[in-house]
Design a protein. Structure first.
Length: 156
């Protein structure tokens, strides 16, 4: 797979994405917010693939966050990198799935809280796309307390 990189304002791209989710708040029953430490930050990346990563993380947050819950997208500029965080107040990821969450066809796949299906490929695809951008992805999660995914990519 080839990356088609272009220079984009990541703040603007994430704001636009979050605005779409905010417009759908009444349909999803969740509250969406965007937080950033910078007004603009330009980075060279394959924005189509990178936004697929963020969209997938938000989609998963929606699937595993009960109505009335909150989903936050955050962007933080660091010295040599950018850190994107997707955080939810959902059901969390059971500890037994933490080690295998990013595996293909993982046993961590499970239906969403409203029965949404899962193939078990999404997280492995996300990890691959992040690695294509020389980045890394990790998460923190506790059952019934929510989940925080972190995607760190180098400034380029």
């Amino acid at each position: 797979m080839e990356l088609i990189k272009r220079r984009i304002d990541l703040v603007q791209a994430l704001q636009e994405l979050m605005q779409e989710y905010q417009q759908a708040q009444s349909m999803t029953g969740k509250t969406f917010s965007f937080v950033t430490s910078c007004d603009k930050v330009y980075v060279s990346l394959d924005d189509t693939k990178f936004m697929q990563v963020v969209n997938n993380l938000i989609s998963n947050a929606i699937k595993f966050t009960p109505d009335g819950g909150k989903i936050t997208l955050a962007l933080e500029e660091q010295d040599e990198s950018l850190l994107v965080r997707v955080e939810d107040t959902g059901v969390g990821i059971p500890q037994k799935y933490h080690a295998t969450l990013f595996d293909k066809f993982t046993n961590a796949r499970r239906p969403g809280i409203k029965g949404e299906p899962s193939v078990g490929l999404g997280m492995s695809i996300i990890k691959t796309i992040v690695e294509w951008h020389q980045g890394k992805i990790w998460f923190e999660s506790e059952e019934n307390k929510g989940t925080r995914f972190f995607v760190q990519i180098p400034k380029q």
